[in-house]
Design a protein around this ligand. Structure first.
Ligand SMILES: Nc1ncnc2c1ncn2[C@@H]1O[C@H](COP(=O)(O)OP(=O)(O)OP(=O)(O)O)[C@@H](O)[C@H]1O
Ligand SMILES: [Mg+2]
Length: 362
C-alpha cells in the first residue's frame, strides 16, 4: 500500500496539516523544528499503531490539547483506503480502517506496512540491546500476526514469573517451589522457543540483502554481517530443550536476583564489519550505513514475506553520508515503489531526479 494523502488534525506541533503525495517518492524539506520527523512518525503510527520513536501516546498530543488525530488515504493496486488513529487523553486510542473501528489497535498491523529510519536510531540501536531486539520485533510483527501475539503472551508470562522470583528474593527464601514455577516455566519455554525460531529465521533471510546493500555502499568492500546472540538456528524441539536447560541452570541464581535470566528477552543482535564489532570500531558514517542497509533489507524481507513492498520512511537520511554513498542511496531509492524522506536542506538536482520536493515553508 502507498500513501497518497496525510491529514493531521492535530499531531504534535502540526495543528491542521495536510500533505498530498502526488508522486510516489517525496523529499520533505524545511528548517529544523518544522515538523519533518513528526510527519514520518505520524505516518508510521498508522502502520504500527504506536510511536516508532518509542514515545508514549500522550507525548504526541500537542501541548495544551486533549487529543491527536492522524488520517491518511492509502491505495493498493485497486482501491483507496482510509486509515485513522485517534488518541484522546480521556477516550484512549482507537484505530479505524475505512471508518470502521478495529477491535484492537494492534489489528492495524500488517494493513499498511512501513520501514522507518531515523538517525537517532543509529546510536540507540548500537548502544542498547533492547533497541536491537525491538528492531527485530517490529519487523517480524509487521509480517506475522502470530509473532506479536506470542511476544505479548511471552512478556505476560515473564512478568508473572518475575513477580514470583522477586517475592522469593524479598523473603530471603532463596528459592521458589518447583510446583509453583513449573507451569510458568513450561509456557516460557514453549513461547520462547517459538519466538527464537521466528527471529532466527527472519535474521537468516535478512542477512543476504543486508550484506548485499552494505556492499553496494562500501567502496572498500568491507563485509557486514548480523548474528543472533543467545541461540543457534535449530528445530523447535532443540530450542525448547535449550531454554529449558537454561532455566534449570539459573534456577537458584534467579531466586537470588529476583528476575528471569535467560530467554529471548535477553538475546541480542551483533553487527560486524570484516569480523569486528561495528558498535566498537565503525565510524559514524559506517554505522549509519549499517543501519540504512538493515532498513533496506527489512523492506526486502517484508516484501518477500507478504508479497507487498512497504513504504520506506527515511528521516534525515542524507546527513553525514559522503557524496559516493549519497549517490548509491539515491540509486537504491529508485528501486523502491514509495520512499518518503526528509532533509533540512533544499534538495539538490540529483535528489530532485529521485524525489518530488515538498517545501514545508509553503
Ligand atoms: N506534543 C507536542 N506538542 C507540540 N509541539 C511538539 C510536541 N512534540 C514535539 N513538538 C515540537 O515539534 C517540533 C518539530 O519537531 P520535529 O522533530 O518534527 O522537527 P524536524 O523538522 O524534524 O527538525 P530537525 O530538522 O531538527 O530534525 C519541535 O519544535 C518540537 O518541540
Ligand atoms: Mg527531524
Amino acid at each position: 500500500m502507498r500513501i497518497r494523502e496525510l491529514i493531521l488534525r492535530p499531531f504534535r506541533n502540526l495543528a491542521a496539516f495536510q500533505l498530498n503525495f502526488a508522486a510516489d517518492n517525496a523529499l520533505v524539506f524545511g528548517p529544523n523544528g518544522r515538523g519533518k520527523s513528526n510527519i514520518l512518525e505520524a505516518i508510521s503510527y498508522l502502520s504500527i499503531g504506536k510511536s516508532v520513536r518509542g514515545a508514549k501516546d500522550p507525548q504526541a498530543v500537542p501541548h495544551g490539547e486533549e487529543f491527536f488525530d492522524i488520517q491518511a488515504i492509502c491505495t493498493d493496486e485497486r482501491h483507496d483506503h482510509q486509515l485513522r488513529i485517534f488518541y484522546g487523553k480521556k477516550e484512549g486510542k482507537k484505530a479505524f480502517v475505512d471508518a470502521n473501528p478495529l477491535p484492537r489497535v494492534s489489528d492495524l498491523l500488517g494493513v499498511f506496512r512501513t520501514v522507518h529510519f531515523s538517525p537517532e536510531d543509529v546510536s540507540l540501536v548500537l548502544r542498547f540491546p533492547a533497541q536491537r531486539r525491538r528492531l527485530l520485533d517490529i519487523l517480524i510483527s509487521q509480517s506475522s500476526g502470530s509473532y506479536l501475539r506470542d511476544l505479548q503472551r511471552y512478556n505476560h508470562v515473564l512478568t508473572q514469573r518475575n513477580h514470583l522470583l522477586r517475592a522469593a528474593k524479598k523473603s530471603n527464601r532463596g528459592h521458589v517451589d518447583r510446583q509453583v514455577m513449573e507451569p510458568w516455566d513450561a509456557q516460557l519455554v514453549e513461547l520462547g522457543a517459538g519466538i527464537r525460531k521466528y527471529r532466527l529465521g527472519a535474521l537468516e533471510k535478512l542477512n543476504e540483502p543486508f550484506t548485499r546493500y552494505y556492499d553496494r555502499f562500501s567502496p572498500d568492500k568491507e563485509e557486514a554481517v548480523i548474528t543472533y546472540q543467545g541461540a543457534k538456528e535449530g528445530e523447535l524441539e532443540a530450542l525448547r530443550a535449550e531454554l529449558k536447560e537454561a532455566l534449570e541452570r539459573h534456577r537458584d541464581q534467579e531466586a537470588q536476583m529476583g528476575h528471569t535470566l535467560s530467554g529471548p528477552h535477553r538475546d541480542d543482535l551483533k553487527f560486524t564489519l570484516n569480523g569486528e564489532s561495528a558498535e566498537i570500531y565503525a565510524s559514524e558514517g559506517q554505522l549509519k550505513t549499517v543501519l540504512i542497509s538493515w532498513k533496506l533489507a527489512e523492506a526486502r524481507y517484508m516484501e518477500e514475506q507478504t508479497g507487498r513492498q512497504p513504504v520506506l520512511l527515511l528521516d534525515d537520511v542524507f546527513s553525514e553520508l559522503d557524496p559516493g554513498r549519497t549517490g548509491k542511496l539515491l540509486d537504491i531509492i529508485n528501486e523502491f515503489e514509495q520512499v518518503i524522506a526528509t532533509t533540512p536542506q533544499k534538495p539538490d538536482a540529483r535528489q530532485e531526479s529521485s524525489f518530488e520536493p515538498i517545501d514545508l515553508q509553503k
